[in-house]
Design a protein around this ligand. Structure first.
Ligand code: ADP
Length: 800
């Protein structure tokens, strides 16, 4: 039953009761009745069966502005409806017909106001209808209220239609009884009577039904979010379910209000994702990040910032940035300006000052670099600041390495460029030692060169730092034998790296003493070669502290040693070359001069007799031979020195070679009546080498022995096996060689000034060539002599 019908029914009862009372009163016929009748605020009138007014109350008369006598006897439809027939829906007609009360709303423009009219029959004693009590009520106000309600309902409906809110009532069986705004796919009519799972069976609808069931069972409202997965995508609703009760309070169903929050959810999810993305990015970023609020108080630290500052996010949060990011100027040690203040005040990006050092909570220091920037909202308002910084220790180290590398390269290039072209070698060596020391931080750097077959060494060049006493003058003419430990290392081509002189081993006792005398704490020394020959050494001293020398120092020494060694070799070559040229030209010019003079005499003087003529021609012939011999020797020499002659090397029997050599010089031996003695330790002495070249050596040495030994003298050839070598010596009883010339005679064109040399010709190349050949055989050659008691030439060759 609708509320309207309920109201109507109640009205009907009310009117019926009123008319009964009126009849009773009428029957009583008292004045009180008339008064009451008139006092009723509704329109009350009694009519007969012909619709004629029998009685009218005052309210009715007043409303029509008539007197009762004007109305009595008149028909109601004539008066009220201004019509000649009854009103179509007139309840009076119905009451007359079925003798029952009726109520009807009458809206007749002729009346002007809406009326609720009730009619009740009046019976006589026989039960016949004698009249009708008519009560009419002005329902204008009620109508207006109803209209308002209707309009408001309509408005609600219109509003709801456009809104994402679904309102529904479900009964205890979870079937829809009423729904407003079902999902767009459904017609409200199709939804009524259905359960959610009959409309769409999925997780969402199951969840919704469970929710409603729960509300029914527990009789309390609840709220949750439910997502419905549809083919077209998912929809999320914020669902509020409340129990629906009847007037007795019994739960008869569930009211659900569902708000579509899909978009909001998507936005929330996107926001959550982007926040997560940002926070993950910030957390995992390689730089340290600290964010502050507008007051400069810390709100966030990523893990790198936590590590560098030593503060954990929980401890740091809310504290002023100054406290967490404690920075000082690396050079002055004073607190550095924290850029965050300016960032917050001016909204600009501010970089850290150079040389900023962060002091962590535990006191550790990190050189840092980077900047602060404002955090702004979408309207550009500053809502905080962010500091991004990084530990630049490694970067600084790398910078330092690059700087040092550059300095290193600069030093090397300046050293090597000094040695290009014509230069004063002593000056450039000194300048290079200075550059090397400055780069390596050495107190002293120096060059030592050997002489006299490495028996003696001199400190030839030196550079000293301020307040380090020079040693160069104390270190001249030093016998190498004094420092045998040192020399052994150099011979082996080893580096001498002494980190702490005081810890030198026992076998280096002599060296330790010498070094400590010079106050040297640590040193680094490298052998220096001229060509392939060990020529000296180059080194760094530290007189201040014990020190491990770096790879860079070593490289610096190695390169410099190479450069200086090359320069010295070139110098020696140049000196040698000019000396060589003057020697060669001298040697060539001598025979040429005599050839030229004798030829001129022969041409000029026709009266030269035949004996003289022959003598002159013989001299020319001899000199030509000498010249040819010299030129051949020079060509030989050039081949040996420049390695062009590719000797065939093979195992050769030394005794055979000696025998062949003796055979070649035999006439000379005989000529001078020289006694040749031969000592052999073994018959089978085989060396690896070139027979012809070794024969050349022997012929030369035996030839010299013959040359520098007077007649009837003695030559003794001894061949011995010594360890893995074969030693050959040729001793004579000749004029001998002064001690200090023993090594010089192996130099090119070196002939000693003596009575024999003044008489006999020679090239001064013989011994030099011998030395070259023997050394090419990886052997050694030297001379011994006891002054006038003859000479002895010895060479050793590795055994095959
Ligand atoms: P040359 O014999 O043509 O002068 P060498 O190079 O063979 O040239 O010898 C160089 C010098 O060495 C000789 O001039 C001589 O002064 C010296 N010499 C070489 N062998 C002997 C020797 N057996 N006894 C003395 N002096 C020698």
């Amino acid at each position: 039953m609708t509320s309207k019908k309920i109201k109507e029914a109640k009205g009907e009862q009310k009117f019926a009761a009123a008319s009964e009372a009126a009849v009773k009163e009428a029957e009583a016929g008292g004045k009180e009745w008339a008064k009451t009748f008139d006092a009723i605020t509704d329109f009350v009138f009694i009519q007969d069966k012909d619709f004629k007014f029998v009685k009218v109350n005052k309210t009715f008369c007043d409303a029509l502005k008539k007197k009762p006598e004007d109305l009595i006897g008149k028909k109601c439809y004539e008066i009220l409806h201004k019509s000649d027939k009854p009103w179509p829906n007139c309840p009076l007609a119905k009451t007359l017909k079925d003798k029952r009360p009726h109520t009807e709303e009458v809206n007749d423009p002729n009346i002007g106001v809406p009326l609720l009219i009730s009619t009740s029959p009046l019976f006589d004693k026989k039960g016949e209808v004698t009249g009708i009590v008519h009560i009419a009520k002005d329902i204008t106000e009620r109508k207006q209220a109803e209209e308002e309600l209707r309009k408001s309902e309509e408005r609600f409906r219109v509003v709801m239609k456009g809104s994402p809110i679904i309102v529904a009532i479900t009964n205890r069986e979870l079937r829809y009884v009423w729904i407003q705004n079902p999902y767009s796919d459904f017609d409200p009519e199709a939804v009524i009577g259905k359960r959610d799972d009959e409309l769409a069976d999925n997780e969402g609808t199951q969840q919704l039904m469970q929710l409603k069931q729960q509300v029914i069972e527990r009789e309390v409202g609840t709220r949750t979010e439910i997502t419905f997965l549809l083919l077209t995508g998912s929809l999320t609703y914020d669902v509020t379910a409340e129990p629906l009760r009847d007037t007795s309070g019994r739960v008869i169903g569930v009211t659900t209000v569902a708000l579509n929050i899909t978009e909001r959810k998507k936005a929330e999810e996107a926001l959550r994702k982007s926040e997560q993305w940002f926070s993950t990015t910030l957390k995992s970023i390689g730089d340290a990040v600290i964010a502050t609020d507008t007051k400069g108080n810390v709100i966030f630290l990523n893990s790198i910032a936590e590590f560098l500052t030593g503060w954990k996010q929980e401890e740091a949060a809310g504290k002023p940035l100054n406290k967490i990011l404690n920075i000082i100027n690396e050079k002055t040690g004073k607190p550095a300006k924290n850029p965050i203040k300016r960032v917050l005040r001016e909204g600009v990006i501010v970089g850290l000052a150079n040389h900023t050092v962060l002091i962590a909570k535990d006191g550790k220091r990190y050189p840092i670099a980077d900047s602060g920037a404002p955090i702004k909202d979408d309207k550009g308002k500053i809502i905080g600041a962010v500091m991004v910084f990084r530990d630049i220790t490694e970067h600084k180290k790398a910078e330092e390495i690059i700087k040092r590398k550059l300095e290193f390269e600069k030093t090397i290039s300046s050293i090597s460029s000094r040695f290009i072209g014509i230069f004063d070698i002593d000056h450039v060596i000194n300048a290079s030692l200075r550059d090397m020391s400055i780069l390596s931080g050495a107190s002293r750097s120096y060059l030592f060169l050997f002489r006299n077959n490495k028996e003696v060494m001199d400190n030839t060049h030196e550079w000293c730092a301020k307040r380090v006493s020079p040693q160069i003058n104390n270190l001249k003419n030093l016998p190498s034998a004094m420092v045998s430990w040192w020399m052994k290392k150099l011979y082996k081509g080893k580096i001498i790296h002494i980190k702490d002189v005081s810890k030198l081993p026992q076998e280096a006792k002599a060296e330790k003493g010498m070094l400590q005398k010079q106050n040297i704490k640590s040193l680094l020394v490298l052998p220096l070669y001229i060509g392939e020959e060990l020529a000296g050494f180059i080194g760094f001293d530290n007189v201040v502290k014990t020190e491990e020398w770096s790879d860079d120092d070593l490289a610096l020494l190695r390169i410099s040693s190479g450069i200086i060694g090359n320069a010295l070799e070139r110098k020696k070559d140049d000196e040698g070359k000019s000396e060589f040229l003057s020697n060669v030209s001298h040697a060539l010019r001598t025979p040429l001069t005599s050839i030229k003079s004798f030829t001129e005499i022969l041409l000029k003087y026709k009266d030269v007799n035949s004996v003289e003529h022959r003598k002159f021609l013989a001299t020319i012939n001899n000199e030509t031979d000498r010249l040819t011999h010299l030129i051949n020797k020079l060509l030989d020499l050039d081949k040996i020195e420049h390695g062009e002659s590719k000797w065939k090397s093979a195992p050769c029997n030394i005794l055979n070679i000696i025998q062949n050599s003796i055979n070649e010089v035999d006439p000379l031996i005989k000529e001078k009546n020289i006694v040749l003695k031969f000592n052999l330790s073994s018959q089978n002495l085989i060396a690896n080498g070139n027979e012809d070249k070794l024969k050349e050596v022997l012929v030369n040495l035996i030839g010299n022995a013959i040359k520098f030994t007077p007649s009837k003298g003695e030559i003794r050839i001894t061949v011995k096996k010594k360890k893995e070598t074969i030693e050959v010596s040729i001793a004579d009883t000749g004029i001998g060689i002064p001690r200090d010339e023993l090594t010089n005679i192996f130099e090119r064109f070196n002939r000693l000034d003596n009575s024999i040399n003044r008489k006999v010709t020679g090239t001064g190349l013989g011994l030099y060539i011998c030395k070259q050949i023997i050394e090419k055989h990886e052997g050694k050659i030297w001379a011994e002599s006891q002054g006038g008691k003859g000479s002895k030439f010895i060479f050793v060759l590795p055994e095959a």
